[in-house]
Design a protein around this ligand. Structure first.
Ligand SMILES: [Zn+2]
Ligand SMILES: [Zn+2]
Length: 261
C-alpha cells in the first residue's frame, strides 16, 4: 500500500501523525482549453471519498476563484491550494499558492520576480515528456526557479518519461511531487504526494520546499493507458473542431502531453 518507485524517506499514510494525501495537478470542466467531463465540485467530492486531504485545481491559464469552493471542500475534509497551469513561452508550469496575477505572467523573468515576492511554489510538470509543452531544456536554463519536479501519473511500467525527471531532481536537490494531472476521475488515486504538513496551503507548500514529501505512484496498465490516451485524443479533436467552428479559424492542439503513452 505504501510502496512507491520514487519514495524518498517517508511513505506511509498510516504514519503518526498521518501524512496528507495530496494531488497538486488536476483539471476540471472550468478549464478554458481542455474538455473535462466533470466540474470542480465533482472532483472535490471524489477526492474526499478517496481520502485526499488537499487538492490544487490547476486549469490552463486560469486560476479558478476558490471563494465558494473552499467551504464546500472544507466540509468534505479537503483543503484547496490555489493553483494554475500557466503556459509560458509555450511551456507548462504549475504555479501553486500564487496570487491571481499569475494569470498575467508572460515570461520566466516575470515569474521569478513574482515568486520572489510571494509564497508561491513553482513545480515543473511532465518536464521531459515528448510533447511541445514540456519544459525540457528550460529546466536547466531556469533550474533555480523550480521548487519541485512532478512525477506524472501518465506512464506504464515499460514507457515512463518520469525517469529523467527523477534523475534531474536528484541531481539538483529538488523534491519530487506525485501528480495525477487529472483529466478523468478514474485517474485519481494512482499517483499522489504524501506530505507532512497541516492541511493548509501555506503549510503544504512550505513542507514541499523543505522536502517533507514523498511520492506514491503506481504505473498504468498498458490497456488503461491506451484507453485513457484514446479518450483524451478524442476530446482534443472535438475541442479543436468546436473552436474552429466558433471563431472560424484553426487553433492549436491541446495542451497536455497525451502523446506520451
Ligand atoms: Zn495539466
Ligand atoms: Zn501540462
Amino acid at each position: 500500500m505504501c510502496a512507491s518507485a520514487y519514495d524518498n524517506e517517508r511513505t506511509c499514510p498510516y504514519a503518526d501523525p498521518p501524512m496528507l494525501k495530496v494531488d497538486l495537478h488536476a483539471h476540471t470542466s472550468e478549464d478554458p482549453i481542455d474538455r473535462i467531463p466533470y466540474d470542480a465540485r465533482t472532483l472535490i467530492e471524489r477526492a474526499a471519498i478517496l481520502g485526499y486531504s488537499a487538492l490544487a485545481l490547476t486549469l490552463h491559464d486560469r486560476q479558478l476563484p476558490l471563494t465558494e469552493l473552499t467551504p464546500f471542500a472544507r466540509e468534505r475534509g479537503v483543503a484547496l491550494v490555489p493553483g494554475i497551469e500557466r503556459t509560458i513561452r509555450g511551456k507548462h508550469v504549475l504555479l501553486l499558492n500564487f496570487p491571481q496575477e499569475t494569470e498575467q505572467v508572460s515570461n520566466f523573468d516575470e515569474l521569478a520576480r513574482l515568486r520572489h515576492r510571494s509564497n508561491g511554489l513553482v513545480v515543473a510538470p511532465h518536464p521531459f515528456y515528448p510533447h511541445p509543452t514540456a519544459l525540457g531544456r528550460f529546466m536547466e536554463r531556469h533550474a533555480s526557479l523550480f521548487d519541485a519536479v512532478e512525477v506524472n501519473a501518465f506512464y506504464t511500467r515499460r514507457l515512463n518519461f518520469n525517469r529523467r525527471a527523477v534523475r534531474w531532481a536528484r541531481e539538483h536537490g529538488k523534491p519530487l511531487v506525485g501528480n495525477g494531472d487529472v483529466h478523468r476521475l478514474s485517474q485519481l488515486g494512482r499517483t499522489f504526494s504524501l506530505i507532512d504538513a497541516e492541511p493548509q496551503a501555506d503549510a503544504i507548500c512550505a513542507a514541499i520546499r523543505q522536502g517533507r514529501v514523498s511520492v506514491h505512484t503506481e504505473p498504468l496498465r498498458a490497456s488503461e493507458a491506451a484507453r485513457l490516451f484514446g479518450s483524451l485524443v478524442v476530446a482534443d479533436l472535438s475541442g479543436i473542431f468546436d473552436r474552429q467552428h466558433a471563431d472560424g479559424k484553426p487553433r492549436g492542439a491541446t495542451t497536455e502531453p497525451t502523446a506520451a503513452a
